[in-house]
Design a protein around this ligand. Structure first.
Ligand SMILES: Nc1ncnc2c1ncn2[C@@H]1O[C@H](COP(=O)(O)OP(=O)(O)OP(=O)(O)O)[C@@H](O)[C@H]1O
Length: 250
């Protein structure tokens, strides 16, 4: 995948894999190209070159509606200005699955209710979207993506705006979705959170992949010190056995 603007190559020949049914973290310093890459993968931005293979088809070659049955996106700071209730916003996720003129069916409502429950937003169903806090909105965008019942879920900083318990709930939900077979790719700033929950990590720097693979092989001092210019120490969590990262300035 390659994309340039104003003579500058922002995403530079990125070739990476998100294993099916796994939770893959996309990490990298500010400006390394994470959001741009996600926008290229979803087709919001047209790549200069590249394709996105999923289930044996080129996702970007599919019609928009067909693609939306496979792929859901949770954008960073997605707009919440539409005059919709929370439930209406979540029901938008059902559009790719129903015929063009049909209204919401009982099944659509059941799926939307389930998505609201999984994101702990049931009590907000009738609230105006525009009246929500940043963290509540973030959960609604997640619920809308869940209602879409995607096979591939792309998220840009899904824990932005969330307090620590909401962050943990969100990554636990991503973990659950991956365990249910959804392929999840999430851009994450918090490397400690990524280390605690991801199966696989792709590290971007300067628009290129500098490391990719299982979390224990990639989130290591040799990679992180170089990419972020810090001194990283990796410990092992006494209960989970997962890596715990600690950082210091060099
Ligand atoms: N339309 C554009 N025009 C000019 N520069 C752009 C454009 N889109 C992105 N960039 C630049 O490309 C680089 C990568 O941006 P991107 O938002 O993808 O980074 P990121 O890794 O998501 O950063 P962050 O962690 O800060 O969110 C940045 O330097 C950004 O300024």
């Amino acid at each position: 995948m390659t994309w340039s603007v104003d003579g500058r190559t922002i995403v530079d020949g990125v070739d990476c894999t998100a294993p099916v049914g796994a939770l893959t973290g996309l990490v990298g310093p500010n400006g390394s190209g994470k959001s741009t890459l996600l926008r290229l993968l979803t087709g919001v931005l047209g790549a200069d070159a590249g394709e996105v293979g999923f289930g044996g088809v080129d996702l970007l070659g599919l019609r928009r509606r067909e693609r939306a049955r496979q792929l859901a996106v949770v954008e960073q700071d997605a707009s919440a200005e539409l005059p919709l209730t929370v439930l209406d916003a979540v029901l938008l996720g059902r559009i790719p699955h129903r015929s063009l003129l049909a209204g919401d069916s009982a099944t659509d409502h059941a799926i939307a209710d389930d998505a609201l429950a999984r994101t702990r937003m049931t009590a907000f169903a009738d609230r105006a979207l525009a009246s929500l806090s940043g963290g509540e909105r973030q959960r609604v965008h997640m619920a809308r993506a869940l209602a879409q019942q995607p096979r591939l879920l792309l998220l840009d900083e899904p824990t932005n705006h969330l307090d620590i318990s909401a962050q943990l709930e969100t990554v636990a939900l991503l973990r659950e979705l991956a365990d249910e077979g959804v392929t999840v790719l999430a851009a994450l700033h918090d490397l400690t959170l990524a280390a605690s929950v991801c199966d696989h990590v792709v590290v971007l720097a300067g628009g290129r992949v500098v490391a990719a693979g299982p979390v224990e092989e990639v989130l290591v001092p040799e990679v992180l010190d170089e990419v972020y210019g810090v001194r990283c120490t990796v410990l092992t969590h006494p209960e989970t056995g997962r890596p715990v990262l600690s950082f210091a300035l060099v």
